[in-house]
Design a protein around this ligand. Sequence first.
Ligand SMILES: Nc1nc2c(c(=O)[nH]1)N[C@H]1C(S)=C(S)[C@@H](COP(=O)(O)OP(=O)(O)OC[C@H]3O[C@@H](n4cnc5c(=O)[nH]c(N)nc54)[C@H](O)[C@@H]3O)O[C@H]1N2
Ligand SMILES: Nc1nc2c(c(=O)[nH]1)N[C@H]1C(S)=C(S)[C@@H](COP(=O)(O)OP(=O)(O)OC[C@H]3O[C@@H](n4cnc5c(=O)[nH]c(N)nc54)[C@H](O)[C@@H]3O)O[C@H]1N2
Ligand code: SF4
Ligand code: SF4
Ligand SMILES: [Mo]
Length: 889
Amino acid sequence: MKDGGTSIDGQRLMPHPGETILQAARRAGIEIPHVCWSEGLAPEGGCRVCLVEVAGATRPVAACHTHLEPGMQVRTETPRLDRLRREILTLMADPHPAGAFTDVAAATPFGRLLQRYGMVANGTHPRRRGDLDGAHPYLHFDPSLCIVCRLCVHACEEVQGSFVYGVGGRGAHTTLRIGALDRYTPSACTACGACVDRCPTGAVTDRDRLDRAEADKITATVCGYCGTGCRIEVATRGEEVLRVEGVRDAAVNRGHLCAKGRFAHGWHSAGDRLTRPLLRRAGELVPVSWAEAIAFAAGRLRALRSAHGSDAVACLTSSRSTNEAAYLLQKLFRCAFGTNHIDCCARVCHSSTALAMGRMTGTSAASTSFHDLELARCLVVAGTNPTEAHPVVGARIVQAVLRGADLIVIDPRCTALAEYATLHLQPRPGTNVALLHGLAKALLETGALDRAYVAERTEGLAELETFLAGLPLADAARISGVAETDLRAAARILGRGPALFVHGLGLSEQTQGVAAVEALCNLALLTGSLGRAGAGMMPLRGQNNVQGNADMGAMPDALTGYQRVGDAEVRARFAALWGVPPPATPGWTVSEMFAAARDRRLKALWIQGEDPMQSHPEPERVREALGSLDFLAVQELFLTDTARLAHLVLPAAGCLEQDGTFTNAERRIQRVRAAVPPPGEARPDWQVFVELARALGLRWNYRHPGEVMDEIARAAPALFGGVHYDRLEGDGLLWPCPDATHPGTLTLHLGGFPCGRARFRAVPYLPPPELDVPGHPYTLITGRVLQHYNVGTMTRRTQQLELEPEDRLEIHPEDARREGLVDGGRARVTSRTGECVVRVRCTARVAPGTLFLSFHHPQTRTNALVGPHHDPESKCPDYKTVAVRLRPE
Ligand SMILES: Nc1nc2c(c(=O)[nH]1)N[C@H]1C(S)=C(S)[C@@H](COP(=O)(O)OP(=O)(O)OC[C@H]3O[C@@H](n4cnc5c(=O)[nH]c(N)nc54)[C@H](O)[C@@H]3O)O[C@H]1N2
Ligand SMILES: Nc1nc2c(c(=O)[nH]1)N[C@H]1C(S)=C(S)[C@@H](COP(=O)(O)OP(=O)(O)OC[C@H]3O[C@@H](n4cnc5c(=O)[nH]c(N)nc54)[C@H](O)[C@@H]3O)O[C@H]1N2
Ligand code: SF4
Ligand code: SF4
Ligand SMILES: [Mo]
């Protein structure tokens, strides 16, 4: 294409289709002054500061709105433009108090612009000097600095999708409105901070930015909370974290974050961080040196292993720490003690997903990447609540739907996404299998399955058809409580072509968890969705590195890279790499470990960063198990209920304090870097494993986690052969990445499945053991809320606590009335396993008969309610269907 003499300020450049003058100028390194434009947001076009002159045109045009056409000759700086800009800036600045912007000139783009034109606000027509909104823990609004550019409005709508801001009044009296009451609380605000990022004047700002301390270091790393894996930049001064920002060009989050990632960093400097190793002496945990702690641990483990054999020792790796740490811990227990009793909290999370997807497609991880969220024409969001649990993914889904993608939500609760859905199927908890088989049947009846794909890439359709023939649609509707017409409507949408199936714990943490994920996978196969861009299966793996923990071999039956312990050839390769062959017999899952501890078969357990006393069902049974051990070691940031039971507590470095890698829910391996040192004598987990190995006589001399990654690449070359720290700058690599030149894999199964053909599977529906229990009229779902994270050790030590002070029991207003409960009052919840007393929140978010409770605070004792039921194959507990009764307290 010819450039047709196109130029900006005399600089020739090739116009790109659809590009505005402002964008083209930026590409050419020319910054046109602007106020109400921001990269990635729809141009507002209101401020007119970006006016430019185009040769031949009589009037200046707005550069943010006008496309650069071939042949255009643009001038961005002329005397006329200079005069116009001064007039506009005067109008904008004038109503504000003298010095308003120039006080903070260096800190805000608008201040810098005024400075560039040598202008100051002079307070000729002061706007109201409103109070800061002091009610919010993070966000502040100062109306005296607001120029009503509307960038916050755009950010809230187009990035976060929360629609908090509005603009009221006219002309000089135009003002920004925040929610209905001009306050962030109460409003739809999620405290994500996207508006703060874009505000050019400092009118909308946050607590961290009000603190004007200068950073002496910026560290590029990854958020340590959820499996989204947002890239962040951490500004620090010495040992203090000043603020966290999203990386603007990050593939995962494009600058966006949720409140946890952006603001919830206070745990790092909490007064009750563990700072020294603690050893139990005469019943008390007392501080000891690291040398003593390591020697004690090595001695106890060696003695118990010698006295009772390799079945007597076990470990749990932490899905909150790095890949390198998880790799070393499983290697240590396999090499030093000859045990496969290794598990991680994926067991109580997406183990059903891993089993089902692995069995049907040959790979247990997401077949897609977040990039596909924007390409998908239809999204099915089943049993997951991404706007709270993976908020940046949730925000991307909201935007995809606003742009026109179809959305089917399958959730007993009316989640935020359900409100955007084309169709919300609201099943009774625990009835996924009936519902999803019903959908498959309705899809077959429409005849709109992808026959060519099914014929070429799958097997077992005939059996599936026979199975579904015996399942009346009316039964699926009756069992699930979803009307037949809705099942058919959903099938018609699915029949239009490939879809992106996004799922979560509402499917996995069930007594029929594996069968439910298999039934979802049937739908993905019938619609030809796996192995296509913009479609496929995307289980939203939960913790920052739970995907990585499984990848590293923190499983009783698989080594690094999902290589089976039972395979002699695999073991021989590991023997060559490790110098010791890994044991051949699959080990115990975590629940089997606890049972073995209660029976005194298991003697020693090493827990790296997990708090089963709060996160596992039946805490008293967990206490009994942990209390029966001869040696329990816990590596932690805080003295959790689990750590309190330990013989040895080791202080750990957290996500902002260690180097390594995390693997997110897309299989993306990203670099994690220490922004601040750990407090006191706390140490990164991987270093502790190296020292422990040495104390046990192994010759380990890794000096940096990068060297561990090099070994991981050798241990599982098919997945990680090409992964090396040099290649992990920026957006990292998605596995499989088998060699040094491989770019990583966005979409799996493009050319076929690792298992050849994918296989349909259909297990009949069985009613969950806790549905319709006499005397227990309610079904309790347990799960998470936006502002806290799992056992809450970290978020509870930040101002997240002000946003969400406690776990609340969500109940439909009709049910509350019937039970004599009031919003804010307290209820006693009793299951067949246990009981607890909690504050009530009345909301139509839950259907009548259904309740919801989170588990983020230890004092709530949510898991005292959850019984022993689990999926028979994956062993994942059923946290989602608990029969309870209620009374006011
Ligand atoms: N803010 C925050 N984010 C987190 C976490 C956190 O604690 N807080 N934890 C992280 C972790 S470890 C994980 S695993 C992920 C989990 O992320 P999600 O899987 O999204 O989380 P949950 O809230 O447990 O449950 C998801 C949804 O399943 C629905 N559900 C319950 N029963 C059923 C059912 O029978 N059928 C269907 N179809 N749906 C059902 C619930 O109503 C809920 O909306 O989140 C991660 N992100
Ligand atoms: N009722 C109910 N219970 C549930 C669930 C549910 O939906 N309902 N969901 C389950 C799910 S999906 C999960 S994943 C589990 C999560 O349960 P847990 O794994 O027990 O909880 P987390 O809060 O993720 O983290 C565990 C601990 O790791 C510590 N930690 C953080 N970073 C590091 C580090 O770098 N090193 C070390 N050594 N420690 C660190 C934290 O302080 C925290 O105490 O909970 C499960 N429990
Ligand atoms: S913090 Fe996020 S949700 Fe709240 S107003 Fe700003 S952009 Fe909207
Ligand atoms: S979405 Fe997840 S990874 Fe991103 S900032 Fe929030 S908690 Fe962190
Ligand atoms: Mo999880």
